[in-house]
Design a protein around this ligand. Structure first.
Ligand code: GLV
Length: 323
């Protein structure tokens, strides 16, 4: 019987089929996740690893994993995994694109609304007696209707965000490694721009691209200085796409109007400067944090393993193996 190691505890619903078919190990009840060292110790026994987006699947681990055939990542992003090395070792890597698309686009839109209309800031102040004054010129934010959103990374999540932006009466421009076919551009009412042009002209810049060597610090000081002073930056992709120290200066010195951040350059550590600023809304990577999506991602990651071993259906492969 194949052995599957799951690094993080989860509702069992999404894993029912996997548990019925294979010998599955999860962290014991009450334990959130296995540590790297625990996984390292256990991995030689296992045929499959179901890992979380922040669990490092590196050379050291893969060299210790004599039987490992598949790493099924519980995430659409896979910058936690050394993909070239997995490919070299003949290990299939898979991800969970479908269940992540819509909730992440919701999160981007939610952050945008919260920043543009100062929802979190005003909520915080209204709880303090006397801290909020009602007046026609108090608590002013920015309208979204008629404004332009610039989406960097027009994959599934970028497109799902474009649909939401269109529903809010926004115009959509985008930048992507490859330009979309004309029919798709028409479907999303989206105009292709160079990165520099997008940054200079968009009222909202949303990051929806993966973290790679090419996208590291895609938004740094020159880009932040080139943005409109009324612009809002939204990042629901990966923290390292933004030079966080430059962003802090940009927000403190008002080179841009605000930011909505779900991800941070230094992982779980949110730069404390953000907490002192009202023009930024921060969430600790909660883009897929709903009851429904937790189960959907678990079921999708489990299906990738089952279909891989049984050849019984699609597998969301990240790397291509020589067979
Ligand atoms: C979440 O960040 C994901 O990559 O699915």
């Amino acid at each position: 019987m194949k052995k599957v190691l799951i690094t993080y505890n989860m509702f069992r619903q999404g894993y029912e089929e996997l548990i019925a078919k294979y010998d599955v190990t999860l962290p014991p009840e009450g334990v959130e996740s296995f540590t790297y060292d625990q996984v390292y110790e256990m991995i030689p026994e296992y045929d499959a690893l179901l890992s979380m987006f922040n669990f490092p699947v590196n050379k050291k681990l893969m060299d210790h994993a004599g039987k490992l055939k598949i790493v099924s990542n519980y995430a659409v992003g896979y910058d936690n995994i050394d993909i070239p090395y997995a490919t070299q070792k003949g290990i299939q890597v898979t991800n969970t694109p479908d269940p992540v698309t819509e909730p992440t686009a919701d999160q981007a839109m939610g952050l945008l609304l919260a920043v543009s209309r100062r929802i979190s800031e005003i909520d915080r102040r209204v709880r303090i007696p006397g801290a909020v004054k009602w007046g026609l010129l108090e608590n002013l934010g920015h309208s979204l209707f008629g404004k332009t959103i610039g989406i960097i990374g027009m994959g599934r999540i970028g497109k799902a965000l474009a649909r939401r932006a269109l529903a809010s009466g926004m115009k959509v421009v985008y930048h992507n490694r490859h330009r979309l076919p004309e029919e798709e551009e028409a479907k999303y009412g989206a105009r292709f721009l160079s990165l520099q042009e997008l940054i200079r002209t968009a009222d909202v810049v949303s990051l929806n691209a993966p973290h790679t060597d090419e996208t590291f610090h895609l938004i740094g000081e020159p880009e932040l200085r080139a943005m409109k002073p009324s612009a809002i930056l939204i990042n629901t992709a990966r923290g390292p796409l933004v030079d966080e120290k430059a962003l802090i200066r940009a927000l403190q010195q008002k080179w841009i109007w605000g930011a909505g951040l779900d991800v941070f350059e230094f992982g779980d550590v949110i730069s404390p400067e953000f907490f002192a600023m009202d023009n930024v809304v921060v969430n600790p990577h909660t883009g897929t944090q709903t009851y429904e999506v937790r189960n959907e991602m678990a079921a999708f990651a489990a299906r990738n393993i089952i279909n891989f071993f049984e050849g019984s259906g699609p597998v969301a492969c990240v790397n291509r193996l020589e067979r």
